[in-house]
Design a protein around this ligand. Structure first.
Ligand code: DOR
Ligand code: ZN
Length: 349
């Protein structure tokens, strides 16, 4: 029997939503992860420290008894973010990081930032206080091909931004391209730049979106890219290098919202995300690097200790584990690769 023993992992990029969906999905994240960075793109978005505190309370209120889980909260940047409010939220320990959505880049990003110069004083403050900036790294110019938006973001937005704010600590979220891997590998050595990698971008390439027809449940943003990019992501994640860490970007939408004339972007992976990552590391014969990716590199970047609790995952003989749709008042939510054979299992829950 093969086992992996590691400090309880954390998820550095999660969408929990609110209301009935929050209640339905939270136990899946809390089962596997000690802490998670909670995305602020609700409707309306979480744009002030007071709203962040309120959202945190709403999460803790529906955490099932007996589960221990710490949400690390983020604030949604807009053109009008008040640097003093952000600073107060950070120094009081309410806000862990701020999220930059370029306006209209993705789900609920309409109120995002229209021009980096509009948040210059916010970035200046964040640089001073050492607060991480979490970036959705895609340009929104409709003339840029959707498959090129991440690579263009690096040249047009991220590179100049880092030149203007050289000490700003940045996480390039859910990277999908070899260009991003190369950029982070070269620039992340000083510990100020890192990237999260999702389980879906490690498992699928863009063919999955069109396999025998259009597959809305494989649609997310940034959209999956060519196989060569998937392979670059696998290499980066399984390297164990400190600048790459786990962030599922689990993003629940109801089946109705996904299977629509204009289906929402987002892949819900919480029920099996950890196991799906393990599968990738196992196939790459890099299981010894999993602890760095899942339990060490993220806390190190966020200047937090690794979790004290240790967990054990074991490899089972291949079995077919159907993950059932999750029923909520708003509709059902389907899990990523729900019918795939899961070979890994958490032993001590
Ligand atoms: O696919 C995505 N879904 N990408 C994002 O950036 C947002 C997320 C969501 O909130 O559904
Ligand atoms: Zn996300």
């Amino acid at each position: 029997m093969q086992t992996v023993t590691l400090p309880r992992p954390d998820d550095w990029h999660v969408h929990l939503r609110d209301g009935a969906i929050l209640k339905a999905v939270l136990p899946y994240t809390a089962r596997a992860f000690g802490r998670a960075i909670i995305m602020p793109n609700l409707r309306p978005p979480v744009t002030t420290a007071a709203m962040v505190a309120e959202y945190r309370s709403a999460i803790m209120e529906v955490l099932p008894e007996g589960m221990s889980f710490t949400p690390l909260m983020t604030l949604y940047l807009t053109d009008a973010t008040d640097p003093d409010d952000l600073k107060k939220g950070f120094t009081e320990g309410i806000v862990t990081a701020a999220k930059l959505y370029p306006a209209n880049a993705t789900t609920n990003s309409e109120l995002g930032v229209t021009k980096i110069k509009n948040i210059a004083s916010v970035l200046e403050t964040m640089q001073q206080i050492g607060m991480p900036l979490l970036v959705h790294g895609e340009v929104t110019d409709p003339y840029v091909d959707i498959f090129d938006r991440e690579a263009v973001f690096i040249d047009k937005i991220l590179t100049p931004l880092r030149k203007d704010f050289p000490d700003l600590r940045i996480v390039f979220e859910h990277i999908t391209t070899s260009e991003a891997v190369d950029y982070i590998t070269a620039e992340g050595l000083d510990g100020k730049l890192a990237a999260t990698i999702t389980p879906h971008h490690l498992h699928i390439n863009r063919n999955a979106l069109f396999q025998g027809g259009i597959r809305p449940h494989y649609y997310c943003l940034p959209v999956a890219k060519r196989e060569k990019h998937r392979l670059a992501l696998v290499k980066a994640a399984t390297s164990g290098e400190k600048m790459f860490f786990l962030g599922t970007d689990t993003a629940p939408h109801t089946r109705q919202a996904k299977e629509s004339v204009c289906g929402c972007a987002g892949i819900f992976s919480a029920p099996s995300a950890l196991e799906l990552y393990l599968q990738i590391f196992d196939e790459a014969k890099c299981l010894e690097k999993f602890e760095a990716f899942a339990s060490r590199n993220g806390p190190d970047f966020y200047r937090l200790p690794a979790n004290e609790e240790w967990v054990v995952y074991e490899k089972t003989s291949k079995e077919f584990n159907e993950i059932k749709p999750i029923l909520t008042e708003n509709g059902e939510i389907l899990s990523f690769m729900a019918s795939a054979p899961i070979t890994w299992r958490l032993v001590n829950t």
